[in-house]
Ligand binder design. Structure first.
Ligand SMILES: [Zn+2]
Length: 92
């Protein structure tokens, strides 16, 4: 089965739920049926919002990962042994 066969067989009821919208060009392409069209302002807005939220989620994840690393580092330097080396020295 080729993509061309598939294209012709796709009924009109494809909801284009797998559509990929280029927010820069406003061009939309459905990965399921291969249908391409000019996205409406609402569709572009929805896609832009989706991409923004995705970018923010990635950023948050990145930030969380960095924060964990920083906390780990500061925890290491804040351990009693590191801050108060004298606790073991008076026993000399
Ligand atoms: Zn479609």
């Amino acid at each position: 089965m080729s993509w061309d066969d598939n294209y012709d067989d796709i009924p009109d009821d494809c909801l284009h739920e797998e559509a990929d919208i280029d927010i820069l060009t406003g061009r939309a392409l459905c990965h399921v049926c291969g249908h391409a069209w000019w996205a409406s302002d609402a569709e572009i807005e929805a896609q832009a919002t989706h991409e923004r939220e995705y970018a923010e989620a990635v950023e948050r994840e990145e930030l969380a990962r960095r924060t964990i690393r920083e906390n780990t580092n500061s925890n290491v330097s804040r351990t009693p042994n590191a801050d108060e080396p004298e606790t073991t020295e008076p026993q000399r």
